[in-house]
Design a protein around this ligand. Sequence first.
Ligand SMILES: [Cu+2]
Length: 472
Amino acid sequence: MTHHPLNRRHFFAGAAASALAATSVSRVALAAIPEAVQQASADTAAPWTPPGVTGAGRPYNPVVTLNGWTLPWRMKDGVKEFHLVAEPVVREMAPGFLVNMWGYNGQSPGPTIEVVEGDRVRLYVSNRLPEHTTVHWHGQRLPNGMDGVAGLNQPAIPPGKTCVYEFTARRPGTFMYHPHADEMVQMAMGMMGFWVTHPKQKHPLIHEVQRDYCFLLNAFDVEPGSMTPQVNTMLEQNIWAWNSRVFPGITPLVARQGERVRVRVGNLTMTNHPVHIHGIEFEVTGTDGGPTPTGARWPEVTADIAVGQMRQLEFIADEPGDWAMHCHKSHHTMGPMGHAVPTLIGADHRGLVAPLQRANPDYMVMGERGMGDMGQMPMELPANTLPMMTGTGPYGPIEMGGMFTTLKVRADQKPGDYSDPGDYAMPAGTQARLIDSDSTEAPAAERSATPVAPQPGSASARKPAASGGHRH
Ligand SMILES: [Cu+2]
């Protein structure tokens, strides 16, 4: 992970020089509100250190937002003041793949808001979008008038205006924020952010952890070759992302062997995502409703995260290696692809290729033996998109995309060091290997050794009553 400094030009620029000058916020009002810090990079930022805090003096272990950052605040009369700017942004979803989104303070998702239980918070929201918006603080206990539902709790914030929200962060936990005005469009464009409230003292149901990661699940429909998401798509999005990033653009999660790790995940897509982590077992220790009682926790390797839900996954990183971590819906670990392609497995159409290519010079054979070759196929893509499967590991193509990254556990990773340790060096004799055998013989021998006859009523003899539609 590279540590890009925040773009602090707004801290030093005079009010008149600020980019906010384009809005109708007056210079006097601007001086009275905190600077709107901008982030230009999609890299994972180092944890933010509040002003006046040095060394280990931070009263909490900070979260690390995957491919995101924490919004600096200023203290004014005992209140933590933040300034969010809702605005059009260009997000780099993976190296070389740029998408026009709407977000906050230069990025989608917006910056993570990180506070401590009991904090009084004041959040200025400036609207630089072409339409009105609001911010809903998902999961928070707050006065009804601060809940951010346009029309119900407040008038929407018109373009060019700034609105202020103020409340006390009453309960510790994992929250998010998103617009509650033209919601479908604004979330399809990437407007959302994370919120973490740390407990103010030791809490019986909240462990101290050495690593605390957070990210949001989001999805986009970006036609290959274009740059702007189609906002009316309900389920057939083609970009499945974590914090508006896709593999191989998602930062790996790193841990020192033996550390306790928390991963906070929120889902603002239109479908559920079974998040699966290899190599360890985790417990769901909390939801957006609060810490999970100890007796209601059990070990899992996959947690389904429904739409609008948040989950805290916690584990001891005791098994060294480079472990896959991904959504278990296999279409969500793919890059942009068409779903209307016929399945050709088992169809030998070699004799047809030449005549077909005479009619259509671009015709190519695809999928006769599965689609694994797609990971290496030199296929011409439109500008500004990604291959369907991509990413290369030390042993070849990974054949993944979308909601995929790795959990890297190392014995020698320094505490607090989030940098990528590189590929895992496997101890000799601990890796699966090919054996010296004719591959066409082994399965046949196996078949004859263990004949499988369908039994009446057995699963293999039954046909599904109805084959469901292709939905994911
Ligand atoms: Cu998924």
